[in-house]
Design a protein around this ligand. Structure first.
Ligand SMILES: *[C@@H]1O[C@H](CO)[C@@H](O)[C@H](O)[C@H]1NC(C)=O
Ligand SMILES: *[C@@H]1O[C@H](CO)[C@@H](O)[C@H](O)[C@H]1NC(C)=O
Ligand SMILES: *[C@@H]1O[C@H](CO)[C@@H](O)[C@H](O)[C@H]1NC(C)=O
Length: 299
């Protein structure tokens, strides 16, 4: 009996390991550059709107001086340069570059503008970091790296301006294409019909809230998603997986009215990303039920 059990586990393992469908082709460098350009267009348009919406006096009234105002304009120019650079690189490679979409940012004051800018820069860093390993051309890898480091400078400057730790942990968090697209999608209203399609999809949106401000290790957060009843009704247990470069940090997700309660685990700080998943061994496109949600963890 015993050997039969071991054998069936072994067979089950083999079946699980065997691809049930042909694995999707990895994205080409053209896809990755267009994915990066999709994000750069969003950022570029965000700063254009922000600069059009608010004057230096508005910044001063919100407690941000002229240095901050000028640096926000400078960040906007960097994003324009990234758009131009990626567009030119794609054209040179014979790939149609994606064009700008229309966006809804819901920004009505300077404080929200700066807070949203900071989040966008952090997501940008995580997007380039997550894509790096797929880039085949070393030339593109260096170019993408040079954009990543610039976005990281923007992020730390903005975080410092918001009195957050500029570099909250020794390693930044890489995000997958679909995780990034899930975070970008709510801002995107409509894209030109002739934009080349990208091999990305959005997971169901997940939002985080907490009675604790600031949120720290061991704080209880609430993760809400439209389909939470359905997620909870599934077979196994639900976990919250916090993305880190060394792999996910899992926490138990307890179903409550409106979503799941989760205690923030040790080992995640700063702008953090959490997904709901039905498995405690790996976060893949097949196991993510919703998210990521962005959680700022102090400490
Ligand atoms: C600019 O203002 C419009 C109108 O209030 C608002 O919808 C949009 O979100 C704002 N964008 C930014 C980035 O400030
Ligand atoms: C604005 O504030 C920053 C941070 O306190 C400071 O370094 C900078 O010199 C200030 N700029 C001006 C023009 O006062
Ligand atoms: C979080 O809670 C655990 C278990 O109660 C405790 O051991 C740990 O010290 C706490 N960590 C922090 C940073 O409060």
């Amino acid at each position: 009996m015993k050997s039969l059990t071991v054998a069936s586990i072994f067979v089950a393992g083999l079946v699980a390991a065997a691809p049930t469908k042909r694995a999707a082709a990895p994205p080409t460098d053209g896809d990755i550059l267009n994915y990066a350009l999709t994000l750069e267009h969003l950022e570029n348009n965000f700063y254009k709107q922000g600069i059009a919406n608010f004057t230096e006096a508005d910044f001063a009234a919100a407690g941000f001086n002229s240095t901050m105002y000028n640096n926000i304009m400078r960040i906007g120019k960097d994003e324009t340069a990234h758009v131009d650079f990626l567009t030119t690189a794609l054209e040179a490679a014979g790939v149609t570059p994606v064009k700008e979409c229309t966006y809804a940012f819901g920004v009505t004051d300077v404080m929200t503008l700066v807070a949203t800018a900071s989040i966008l820069e952090g997501v940008g860093v995580s997007a380039y970091l997550g894509a790096a390993a797929d880039i085949m051309s070393k030339t593109y890898l260096t170019a993408a790296g040079s954009i990543l480091t610039t976005e990281a400078r923007h992020s730390s400057y903005l975080r410092a301006s918001l009195e957050q730790v500029p570099f909250a942990q020794p390693f930044d968090n890489p995000l997958s294409y679909n995780e990034v697209y899930t975070l970008a999608a709510p801002f995107i209203v409509e894209c030109p019909a002739d934009n080349p399609p990208l091999p990305v999809k959005a997971f169901p949106m997940l939002t985080a809230s907490s009675a604790d401000m600031p949120i720290m290790t061991n704080s209880t957060i609430m993760l809400s998603t439209m389909g939470y009843e359905l997620v909870a009704a599934g077979e196994g247990e639900i976990f919250a997986a916090f993305v880190t470069v060394t792999g996910p940090v899992y926490a138990h997700a307890t179903k409550v009215d409106g979503g799941f309660e989760v205690m923030v685990p040790e080992g995640v700080k700063g702008q953090s990303y959490v997904v709901l998943t039905g498995c405690e061994t790996a976060v893949t496109d097949d196991t993510v039920a919703a998210g990521p949600a962005i959680v700022e963890i102090a400490g």
